[in-house]
Structures are given as C-alpha cells and as structure tokens.
Design a protein around this ligand. Structure first.
Ligand code: GDP
Ligand code: GDP
Length: 455
C-alpha cells in the first residue's frame, strides 16, 4: 500500500548518483501542433508522449528521462502554447513558463509549414526575459524545400534555426548534439526557488471543500482574484499571508476560484491546478470535508501530494457541522483510507468560524522541519546497526541479505539509500521505514527508501 515510499533497487551507480546530481533539464516549448510530442517520441525512441492531431489539444507538463551519447537528460514536454486564447490555454502557457524557469535550456519548436506567428514572437520575448539558453528548432522540414522556409526563422533573433523532421528523424541526431553541447553536465536548476523566502504552500482539495474560505479567513480580507495573463510574471497568482508572525506563500491561489464553477472541463482544470500548485510548493495543505465521507477524489489529491514528494498536512474543514456520530465514522474512514499517510499531522478546523485555524501553523512547521531534515550518516548507520542486530532480515532460500550501510542522499523530502548484499523484502523495508519514522520523527513528510545491491 505505501509503495510510494519504497523505491526499487537502483540498477547502476550512475542511477544512484543521478539522485544526488540530477540530469540537466530541457524544456520543450512551442505552439500546439508544431510537433513537440513527435520530437519527444523521436528522441525517446518510442511512442510514449501523446501525439494529437487536433490543434489546441492541451495536456500537462510531462517529464521524460532520455539519453544521448551516454549522457542523461530530462525532457519536459510542455503541451500547447497559445496566448491568443484565454482561459485554459493561458493556463497551459503558465505551465510552460514554469517549465522554462525550472529548466537548464529551452528548445523552442517552430513549424516551418506555418512559419512564424505572433505567438512565436511573444514566446521569444518571454524566453529572453527568462534568460535561459534557447535552441531554435524548425520542425517539419521533411525535405530540401523546408530548408529554405526555415531560413526565415533567423528573423526571430535566436541564432541558427536547427532544421529537423521529427516525423522522419531527419536532423534529429545533429540537434541532439547541439542540445548536449548547450546543456550543463548536471542540472543547475535551484529547486529551492527563492531561497530564504516564505515557505510555499499548496492549498489543495476538491471543489467546495472551503479553500477560498480558508484563505480569506487567514488573509482576513476578501481578496480580489487576479486573472493571470499568460506571459506576465506568474507571481500575481500567489498570495503571501502572515501567519504566526511569519510570511507564508500560498501558491497559485488565483487558480482556486477561477473557473471552479464552470461545468465544462472543471475537473480537468481543478486537477491541473492541483498539479501545478504541488509542483511549485514545499508543503501540501490538503483540505478535506469533515462532514462528508472521504471521496476517491480526496484520496487522489492526497496521493498526488505524496507522489510530488511534498510535506503534508491534512486539514478537516467544516468541523462546525460535525456531530458525534459523524466523528465516529470519520475516524473509521481515516483508518481505512488514509492509513498510508498516518504520519501526516491532522487538524480539525472551520474556515467559517475560524476554529483551530491557529493550529495550522505549528502543524505546517513540524511537517516542513521533517521534510528538510538531514540525518548524519554516522547516526543513520548507528540506527541501522542496532535495528539489524535486534531484527535481522528473515532468511530467504538459504540466503540472508545484509545491510552494509546507509546514507541520506537528499532531503526535501528525505531520501535514504541502503546498500545491501541482496534484495530486501518489501515487508522488511516497511519495517525500516516505520522505525526510521519513530526514531527520527519524520512527522509530515514522505520518505523515500531506496536499495542498492552490492554483488
Ligand atoms: P504538439 O502539439 O506540438 O506536441 O504536436 P504533435 O507532436 O502532436 O504533432 C502535431 C501534428 O504534426 C501531428 O499530426 C504530427 O504527425 C505532425 N508532425 C509532427 N512532426 C512532423 C514532421 O516532422 N513533419 C510532418 N510533416 N508532420 C509532422
Ligand atoms: P472552494 O471551492 O474549496 O474554494 O470552497 P469555498 O471556500 O468556496 O467553500 C464552499 C462552500 O462551503 C461555501 O458555501 C462556504 O461558505 C462553505 N464553507 C467553507 N468552509 C466552511 C466551514 O468551515 N463550515 C461551513 N459550515 N461551511 C463552510
């Protein structure tokens, strides 16, 4: 059940290293239908990214691990980019903008068969502001004729347009050489965006659970909800609120209300907003409705938060509506459906009356402290030594895997790797996790436990 916390064994030292020094990130941007997915598939050498023949089909940012010349890179496919359409497409543009800010270089894909559009020009301006290296690619250059059309793209002022046919593979190897020359060896993206700034919170939960009410209560004012126009800075969608004497940044708060009431695409929109907010946040404050049974959607949102590796606090809202009987059932539901996050602090609040809203801050602080925690290698190995001595791994087929040593390779969230002489049972790994949580107090953070088998 809590497989999220158990990673598979790493196949190579390079893989284990990549956890500490992540591969460089290439964001792929461009208007819808220029062939971004086709190019991603070509680079991956398989059909994995979704290719749609419908202009304007939107999709999430998707990350793929790729390799060229024995070097790893991460591709981020950003979906369509169309600034002329408001609403959902501008949200996707926002996604692309975030992807750019979290990349080491950008591949701008233009379709030679349609040429440069005003959207392309707008994108170029945005990319200039972002200050990342940009590689310009002219796609759909299926033959010599396209080369001539591609020459027009010099006008974008991004240097030489690299011509490819994503569909037929023409020019893609040369393009990859240029990409690898442009990218640093390891990612230099600082994912601790705005160091020293306020902690970043994603307030998430299904529609009508009380997110806006809570935010309004915390901010103690009716907020004006700003419409984030694509291409402008993404900051207006965030809101900084002072709580317990400290500023906290609630990310993508504009997305909380915007369009939530619109019938068509509302679910898609809500889940997209949840994903974006989670990716930018350090902690997920998941709001659940205390007076109604937990729904599948609730569980899915909790799962997205842990999968995104965020610190987690569960807030049961509308507590003013909860009676004794409901309280009883809620306890049962939590045991059944939220057992995999029993480590997350739970707070019972009412956005309406303000009940216990002051308990949110200590819960969030505790969770973030765990999320940031680094256990010194010596302490970790003392712990593992004692644990293994008292509870050795069961013998399997005459063999007994031994734990050689362990190390915490990263934090935010904590990621621990144990080096072993054989495959550890999932049950035994869960046991290690449980003991880790008890010993070091990892309240409020998911933990990743990986295994590296030494022959
Ligand atoms: P995206 O929206 O930018 O990801 O575009 P897709 O990868 O979904 O491609 C849009 C359409 O362009 C699809 O019908 C592709 O088959 C087509 N396409 C992509 N690359 C090429 C190419 O190199 N040459 C030609 N002729 N068509 C292409
Ligand atoms: P959102 O869609 O998650 O932003 O939810 P809203 O903040 O718009 O709240 C949806 C409805 O629930 C509104 O009618 C609120 O007044 C109501 N609501 C929110 N919090 C509470 C609460 O703590 N108690 C009660 N009784 N109602 C609440």
């Amino acid at each position: 059940e809590d497989d999220l916390e158990l990673l598979d064994a790493y196949e190579s030292d390079a893989q284990a290293t990549a956890l500490v020094r992540p591969a460089p990130v290439l964001a792929i941007v461009g208007r819808p239908n220029v062939g971004k997915s086709t190019l991603v598939n070509r680079i991956l050498g398989r059909r994995e990214a979704v290719v749609e023949d419908v202009p304007g089909v939107t999709r999430d940012r998707v990350r793929y691990g790729a390799e060229w010349g024995g070097r790893p890179l991460t591709l981020v496919d950003t979906g369509g980019w169309d600034i002329d359409v408001r609403g959902m497409s501008s949200r996707i543009a926002g996604q692309a903008e975030i992807a750019v800010s979290q990349s080491d270089a950008v591949l701008l894909v233009v379709d030679v068969t349609t040429g440069v559009t005003s959207t392309d020009e707008h994108v170029v301006r945005m990319l200039r502001r972002a200050g990342k290296p940009v590689i310009l690619t002219a796609n759909k250059v299926d033959d010599e004729r396209g080369e001539i059309q591609a020459a027009e793209l010099w006008a974008l002022g991004l240097g030489e347009p690299r011509t490819v046919s994503a569909m037929h593979g023409r020019g893609v190897a040369d393009l990859l050489d240029v990409i690898m020359e442009t990218l640093p060896e390891f990612s230099e993206v600082d994912d601790a965006e705005e160091p020293g700034g306020p902690r970043r919170i994603a307030l998430v939960g299904r529609p009508n659970v009380g997110k806006s009410s809570l935010l309004n209560h915390l901010a103690k004012e009716e907020r004006v909800i700003v419409d984030n126009v694509a291409g402008t800075t993404r900051d207006p969608v965030d809101q900084v609120v002072e709580l317990g004497g400290k500023p906290w940044k609630f990310v993508d708060t504009a997305g909380i209300k915007k369009r939530a009431r619109q019938a068509s695409g509302a679910d898609y929109y809500a889940s997209l907003r949840t994903q974006t907010a989670l990716e930018r946040a350090e902690l997920a404050l998941v709001l659940l409705e205390a007076n109604e049974p937990l729904s599948e959607q609730d569980i899915r949102i909790v799962r997205s938060a842990t999968e995104a590796g965020r610190a987690l606090v569960l807030a049961f809202n509308k507590w003013d509506l909860v009676d004794e009987e409901r309280r009883h059932w809620l306890g049962r539901e939590i045991e059944k459906d939220l057992a995999h996050v029993e480590w997350a602090p739970r707070v019972n609040i009412s956005a309406k009356t303000g009940r216990h809203a002051d308990k949110l801050v200590p819960a969030m602080e505790h969770a973030l402290k765990s999320w940031d925690m680094r256990i010194p290698t010596s302490r970790l190995n003392a712990f593992l030594g004692e644990l293994v001595a008292a509870n050795p791994h069961p013998v399997r087929g005459g063999k007994q895997p031994r734990i050689l040593f362990g190390t915490q390779v990263s934090s935010r969230p904590p990621h621990i790797v144990v080096f072993t002489t054989g495959f550890l049972d999932p049950g035994y790994r869960r046991f290690i996790l449980r003991r880790l949580r008890e010993t070091f107090d990892f309240t409020g953070t998911p933990i990743q436990l990986g295994m590296r088998i030494r022959e």
